[in-house]
Design a protein around this ligand. Structure first.
Ligand SMILES: Cc1cc2nc3c(=O)[nH]c(=O)nc-3n(C[C@H](O)[C@H](O)[C@H](O)COP(=O)(O)OP(=O)(O)OC[C@H]3O[C@@H](n4cnc5c(N)ncnc54)[C@H](O)[C@@H]3O)c2cc1C
Length: 392
C-alpha cells in the first residue's frame, strides 16, 4: 500500500518550510504545541497575522471566509509543519482547529461572515469554556446558566482548566438554557467576548509552574442573542462537533516526533567523553519510539483523510488522542532516562540539555491523557462506536 500524499501537497509543504525559514528567528523554539506563554504572545500574534495575510491559517475554509478553499490535507500539513518547527501556537487548536469548523457546521450565514474572517486573519484567538469544577467527563451536567433577557442572554457560572483564556479574545462556551429539560437537551453554545463586563480570568499554574490554563468566572455577563451558536438548547450537538475536531491531534504527534529526532541528535553527540548512541539499548529505545511515532502519524492522517472526504472523524479521532497521549508520556520518560540527572533540569538552567524541553515534556505529559477528554472515555468511544461493543 502506498501512503504517500498527492504531489501538490509536497509543493505546499515546501512553500511552508520556506516561509518558516524566513519568519522564525534562528533557533526559535515555540513554547509547546498548544500553548504560548505570555512573553511569546506578541510574537505569536504577529506570526499568525503573517500566515493570515496569505490566507494560510485555515486552508480548507472557503475563500470568502479567509481560507484557501483547499482540503483538510493542507490543514494537516500546516499543523504538522508548524508543530515540527515549533512555531508559535497562537491558540490555533481552539480557534482554527475547533471553533472555526464548528461555526462552519452550525453557524448562521451572518455568524460565518462575521466570525470566520477574523479567525482566519489571525486577529481573533479563541478558548474553549466547557469544563467546570464539577463537570469534566460528564460534560452534560454543566451548571453555568444562560437566561434570555431581551436581546441578550445573561451568563452566570464558572469554567475551569480553560487553556489560553488569559490570551484569548473570545470563548466558545456552553451554558444551561433549560434547567427543566433532560441534561443533554437543555444546553446551548455561545460565542463570548472575553472582554465583556463580568468576565474574570484567574490563572491556575500547572505542574510545570506555567500558566497554560485558568478559571473563568461569569457574573451577569450579557451575551448578545446573535452569538447563540446552533440554536437554543442545541448545544450538545455543537459540543460533539467541537470534540470530534479537537481530537485529531497531528500537531501533538508532530511535536513529539520532533522531540524523538532531537533525542537522536543528542544521543549521537559526545557527552562527558561517551556517545549514548554507542549503547545498543539507547539505539533500540529510540528506534522503537521512531516506529511508534510513525504509527501515530498514520492514525492522525486517517482523521484528515476522513475530513477531506467531508466526514467528521469520531472514534478515529479518539484513537489518535489516546495513542498520542500515551506516546507523549513514553517519549518524555525515555528522554529523562536517557539524559540521567541532566534530563531533570528545567529550561533556563545552564546545564539543561535540549533547552530543558524534555524536563518540561515530562511534567506536562501526565496531563495528556486527561486533556481533551480523559483516555478512559476515549476508550469507551472506541469500544462502542468503533468496535460496536455494548455500553458497560
Ligand atoms: C492540559 C489540560 C488542558 C485543558 N484545557 C481545557 C480547555 O481549554 N477547556 C475545557 O473546557 N477543558 C479543558 N480541560 C479539562 C478537560 O477537558 C477535563 O479535565 C477532562 O474532560 C476530564 O474531566 P475532569 O478533570 O473533571 O475529570 P473527571 O471527569 O472527574 O475524571 C476523573 C477520572 O475518572 C475517570 N472517569 C470519569 N468518568 C468515567 C467513566 N464514565 N468511565 C470510566 N472512567 C471515568 C476519568 O477517565 C478520569 O481518569 C483541560 C485539561 C487539561 C489536563
Amino acid at each position: 500500500m502506498d501512503f504517500r500524499l498527492p504531489d501538490e501537497t509536497d509543493r505546499w509543504r515546501d512553500e511552508l518550510r520556506a516561509f518558516l525559514r524566513a519568519e522564525l528567528p534562528d533557533g526559535f523554539e515555540g513554547d509547546d504545541d498548544f500553548f504560548d506563554d505570555e512573553e511569546q504572545a506578541p510574537f505569536a500574534r504577529a506570526f499568525l497575522r503573517k500566515l493570515g495575510e496569505r490566507a494560510w491559517l485555515a486552508p480548507p475554509w472557503p475563500r470568502e471566509y479567509g481560507g484557501m478553499g483547499a482540503t483538510a490535507l493542507e490543514q494537516m500539513i500546516l499543523n504538522e509543519e508548524l508543530a515540527w518547527h515549533r512555531a508559535p501556537s497562537g491558540g490555533r487548536l481552539f480557534t482554527i482547529g475547533i471553533t472555526g469548523p464548528t461555526v462552519l457546521a452550525h453557524g448562521t450565514e451572518e455568524q460565518k461572515a462575521r466570525l470566520l474572517p477574523e479567525m482566519a486573519s489571525g486577529a481573533a484567538w479563541y478558548c474553549q469554556g466547557f469544563s467546570e469544577p464539577e463537570t469534566g467527563s460528564d460534560l452534560a451536567s454543566l451548571a453555568t446558566r444562560a437566561v434570555r433577557d431581551g436581546d441578550d442572554y445573561v451568563l452566570n457560572g464558572q469554567k475551569i482548566w480553560t487553556s489560553n483564556a488569559h490570551l484569548a479574545d473570545r470563548m466558545i462556551v456552553l451554558a444551561r438554557t433549560d434547567p427543566e429539560a433532560r441534561k443533554h437537551r437543555g444546553i446551548s453554545a455561545f460565542i463570548l467576548d472575553m472582554r465583556a463586563p463580568g468576565v474574570a480570568v484567574q490563572a491556575v499554574p500547572n505542574i510545570a509552574y506555567r500558566n497554560d490554563f485558568n478559571q473563568v468566572f461569569f457574573e451577569d455577563v450579557r451575551v448578545p442573542a446573535r452569538d447563540l451558536l446552533g440554536g437554543e438548547n442545541n448545544g450538545w450537538r455543537v459540543a460533539m462537533t467541537v470534540l470530534d475536531y479537537e481530537r485529531s491531534n497531528i500537531a501533538a504527534i508532530s511535536g513529539a516526533r520532533r522531540t524523538v529526532a532531537d533525542l537522536v541528535g543528542w544521543a549521537r553527540a559526545e557527552h562527558g567523553g561517551r556517545r549514548p548512541w554507542d549503547d545498543a539499548h539507547v539505539r533500540g529505545t529510540l528506534a522503537g519510539l521512531h516506529a511508534e511515532g510513525e504509527i501515530g502519524r498514520l492514525v492522525a492522517w486517517r482523521t484528515a483523510w476522513l475530513q477531506s472526504r467531508g466526514e467528521v472523524p469520531n472514534y478515529e479521532a479518539s484513537m489518535g488522542k489516546v495513542w498520542m497521549a500515551m506516546y507523549g508520556i513514553k517519549v518524555a520518560n525515555a528522554g529523562v532516562n536517557l539524559m540521567g540527572a541532566y534530563g531533570q533540569l528545567a529550561p533556563g538552567s545552564k546545564w539543561a540539555q535540549l533547552r530543558g524541553r524534555v524536563e518540561t515534556a515530562y511534567l506536562l505529559a501526565v496531563s495528556g491523557p486527561i486533556a481533551g477528554g480523559a483516555a478512559e472515555i476515549q476508550r469507551d468511544i472506541i469500544a462502542q462506536r468503533g468496535l460496536g461493543l455494548p455500553r458497560g
